[in-house]
Design a protein. Sequence first.
Length: 178
Amino acid sequence: MDTAERDCFRYCPGCGCEGFARQDVKKFTCNKCGFEFYLNPAATAVALIRDKRGRLLVAVRKNEPAKGTLDLPGGFVDPEESAEEGLRREIREETGLEIVSARYLYSVPNVYEFKGVVYPTTDLVYVCEVEDASKARAGDDADTVLLMSRDELDPAKFGLRSIREIVLRYLSETDGGG
């Protein structure tokens, strides 16, 4: 456990006392009042979108964490939203594109550090079709959007661990994951 994980929940949200301690991978307990908190994974939806030439739609991250590195379009699923609704919303916000179809592929566990708190996440990966990927325009958390051929994709340039894993898997698939 690193410092951020150890210190982010030092004070109990129930009684405010110091001594809020991690019991296992997801459970925190207050040593004074017994309040329990479970840090469960947050769902994220990630899109693999290719254009008619087979190039993958990639974004450059506008914000921390990993600002300036490559990413795949997607993001956190909001409360009371299905993964597919979150996927459609995130793609619309980040690229201006509307998803025509989406097919779930697999999931990847990850951690997402934001402002000193380490959140466990589960990235849900989808192959998505859009009308015309070349019409993508950067918005929201995307600074830039690019269409990259398989030969141009370098997993080391993707800033988030789970996204690097997704890109590696994409590159290892004979059909590119779709």
